[in-house]
Design a protein around this ligand. Structure first.
Ligand code: ADP
Ligand code: MG
Length: 746
């Protein structure tokens, strides 16, 4: 399959996969530096640097063959064709549109060549000249014609720097050629990259062993590893290139998923959670607390939860559902199951406002019952706080709702069985781990707290440790497979759609000079008994042309909203004041709430039906969607007006996406598109690039397959025993041992 390529280059003595690029023949220090700057340091990096695309180069055919193929393709004029032959006749036709006509003869047929308005061609083209031409075909009478073809002398010396790609295949074979085009950089041309990769490829591939067992490869119809690299770098066909890339992408995904599954298996081995009781009576009792019938989607999640919570392995589940989809009651269900089994439950929210809202709304649902629920935040008085801490440790509090304050050292539970983390995307990864350690024997847990996250224990049979069941919730839906992959060993439940009776939110974008009309309209809706939010970006005092919340509210009071009840809410308002404002707003004593993004999560006032976002282009897409989720909660139609004059393409894209859809899942995909997964998951900072070959958007089928296989694999053979798997096990530990804290299983 490599016939006709650049003649094989002698591999420098001792070339290995770790050989540095500077040691590759023909790579000087300057070029080596350029390679390093794009992360290509050694031979292994080079062969993993896949072409971004391929250029199809039509191989040369006899002229007779060209006619046959042209007719067979019913006159396909889109692709270039090439031919060699001798110029048989030349004619110059002068005039304003002068042209030079020639015929090219290769002994099998004749091709017409025409150059328009290039009188100088007369000097170059003459009968008897042997040339090679390329161009797009048209017809002229019976003839196939190339208009303004490119040409070169047929006896031009081969092998020189003639501008052709280095791995160009000889045309003699008659096959079309795919030339790899590699991602390059400012000081590194795709051609340089191609040359070096082509050079190391054969010796490098000779060193590569396939880590997948033959039987498995056969079952999944996967090409062999070294072949896959060859297919990607030197494909015979585009199908080849695709198949090779998919094998390499699959490898990455499979390895990652094996890491995830192994970690999950190891964790299940060592940690235990209280198995909760579930009976018909308990179920009925809990559901009776909810002021509405659950949707089918919510009930499906309850079933997931029941399965998890009645088991003795700690639940580790992500619940994702769009803003307003009704996640809170689902979480409450889990918490009440804990309480029904005489255990405790905790709900952690990212902001005090949200924690307070949960405390209020859940408190209302539990009113008159025996369940004791308390709120713990950072801004409580020391004595109030101490009372709660004591009662919590004594087991007198059933459900505790709070902020990060729940994670502090002094918080001890008597028997924590269910921990819920709301809006988990606003928390760091570590906080989930921290809450997990808040188990029954808080003292013991505190002792090995340090090791819990790293999991670098070398003890092959670690002590069994207690862990609560953990439910994390997010309203920034992550495309499902992506969530499964990237959030590691989480199981995922999804609530699609909203509770019945909701009206879709209409979203409009207007420029700043139209804001008077917007507020006039807002006033009319307020006068008709509706309520509204006005969201203002948090700004530093004196930022050009931007008003802070208070100033903006004053302007509205003095102007379009004169005489209406306008209140402000922002992060620096103290707790009592904040609660008063929220109570007044919920009770309808406030018409318009002018706020920063503090209202982004948690505020739930169905009568609020209009939202105006000032300088909307300054907000992130997920954030805008989250904000918009504050309206559209009642049965009246809601309107969201985004005011902004976006100056960047991204800003425009975000606003367009908001206007185009209300669907949080679509928004999430869009956000992914605009920002990339790296930023979404904070990898930019952590410098932990997930995959080099796999593309999370395109390779979802591979991802699903990798996940399924990895799960089955680890379930059947949790230690990955056997010679067949030795290499795979080694690569797995090398790639993910540290990230996942895997114990060497061999
Ligand atoms: P989110 O998923 O954004 O946390 P919430 O749990 O705050 O959503 O629910 C949004 C609103 O929908 C709340 O007012 C809640 O009471 C209401 N709700 C939830 N489930 C239902 C349901 N099945 N039928 C009617 N209303 C519901
Ligand atoms: Mg919520």
């Amino acid at each position: 399959m490599t016939s006709g390529r650049t003649p094989p280059i002698e591999s420098p003595a001792g070339l290995s996969l770790t050989t540095h690029v500077s040691q590759v023949r023909g790579v000087g220090p300057r070029t080596a530096g350029a390679f390093e700057r794009v992360g290509l340091r050694c031979v292994a990096d080079l062969i993993l640097h896949l072409p971004g695309r391929y250029e199809q180069q039509k191989a040369e055919r006899s002229i007779e063959q060209l006619y046959i193929e042209y007719n067979r393709s019913r006159g396909d004029r889109s692709s270039h064709l090439a031919a060699s032959g001798e110029i048989a006749a030349v004619r110059f036709v002068p005039g304003r549109k002068n042209r030079l006509e020639a015929t090219l003869d290769d002994g099998t047929g004749v091709l017409r060549l025409v150059w328009f308005n290039m009188p100088w061609m007369r000097e170059k083209i003459h009968p008897g000249l042997a040339i090679r031409v390329t161009g797009k075909p048209t017809t002229f009478g019976e003839y196939l014609q190339l208009t303004n073809p490119r040409f070169e002398l047929a006896d031009a010396e081969e092998g020189g720097d003639d501008g052709r790609e280095p791995v160009e295949q000889s045309a003699a074979s008659g096959n079309d050629v795919l030339l790899p085009v590699y991602p390059a950089s400012e000081d590194l041309t795709p051609r340089q990259v191609a040359k070096v990769i082509d050079q190391v490829l054969d010796p490098a591939l000779a060193l590569i062993d396939d880590h997948l067992p033959v039987s498995y490869r056969r079952e999944r119809a996967l090409p062999e590893l070294a072949d896959s690299y060859r297919m990607v770098h030197r494909p015979d066909t585009t199908e080849d290139a695709k198949a090779g890339r998919r094998r390499l992408a699959f490898d990455e995904l499979l390895l990652f998923q094996l890491g995830v599954m192994l970690k999950r298996h190891q964790r299940r081995q060592v940690s235990r959670a209280p198995a909760l009781r579930h009976t018909k009576a308990i179920e009925k009792h809990i559901l009776a607390r909810f002021p509405f019938t659950l949707t089918r989607a919510q009930r499906a999640v309850l079933a997931d939860l029941r399965d998890d919570l009645t088991g003795a392995s700690p639940m580790n589940r992500l619940l994702q559902g769009d803003v307003g989809s009704g996640k809170t009651v689902v979480a409450l269900y889990a918490m009440l199951l804990a309480v029904a089994s005489e255990h405790q439950a905790a709900l952690m929210a990212p902001t005090e406002l949200l924690a307070e809202q949960h405390f209020d709304s859940i408190g209302r649902m539990l009113e008159g019952g025996r369940v004791r629920i308390e709120l713990l935040t950072g801004s409580m008085s020391a004595s109030a706080r101490q009372t709660i801490l004591d009662d919590l440790a004594a087991g007198e509090i059933d459900i505790i709702i709070g902020t990060h304050a729940l994670l502090t050292e002094s918080v001890r539970f008597s028997s924590l069985a269910v921990a819920v983390i709301d809006e988990q995307h606003r928390f760091g990864v570590h906080q989930r781990a921290a809450l997990r350690t808040k188990t029954t024997q808080a003292d013991d847990v505190a002792a090995d707290h340090g090791a819990a996250g790293a999991g670098d224990s070398s003890d092959p049979s670690p002590e069994v440790e207690l862990s609560p069941h953990v439910l994390v919730m997010t309203a920034t839906p992550i495309p499902r497979t992506l969530a499964q992959t990237l959030l590691g060993d989480l199981d995922v439940s999804t609530i699609r759609g909203l509770p019945p009776g909701r009206q879709p939110i209409l979203t409009r974008h207007v420029t700043a000079d139209q804001s008077d009309e917007v507020y006039d309209y807002l006033r009319r809706r307020v006068d008709a008994g509706e309520q509204a939010y006005v969201v203002v970006p948090a700004v530093e005092a004196g930022e050009q042309g931007l008003a802070d919340v208070t100033t903006h509210a004053e302007r509205l009071r003095a102007g379009p909203l004169a005489g209406r009840a306008v209140a402000v809410l922002h992060g620096r308002i103290n707790r009592d004041e904040r609660r008063r404002v929220m109570d007044d707003f919920r009770a309808g004593r406030i018409d318009v709430l002018v706020a920063t993004t503090v209202i982004e999560v948690g505020v739930d006032v169905p009568n609020a039906t209009m939202m105006v976002v000032e300088h909307a282009d300054r907000f992130g897409l997920a954030q805008l969607h989250q904000l918009r989720g504050r309206i559209g909660r009642g049965e009246r139609p809601s309107l969201c007006v985004l005011i902004g004059d976006p100056v960047s393409d991204d800003g425009t894209a975000r606003i367009n996406a908001m206007v185009a859809t209300n669907d949080g899942f679509v928004i999430a995909e869009k956000d992914l598109e605009i920002r990339g997964p790296g930023e979404l998951f904070g990898w930019r900072q952590s410098g932990e690039p997930p995959f080099r070959v796999a593309r999370l958007n395109e390779d979802q089928d591979l991802l699903a397959l990798a996940r399924r296989d990895a799960r089955q694999w680890i379930e059947n053979n949790p230690t990955m025993a056997g010679d067949e798997l030795a290499l795979l096990r080694k690569r797995l530990l090398k790639a993910y041992g540290r990230t996942f804290g895997l114990v060497d299983v061999a």
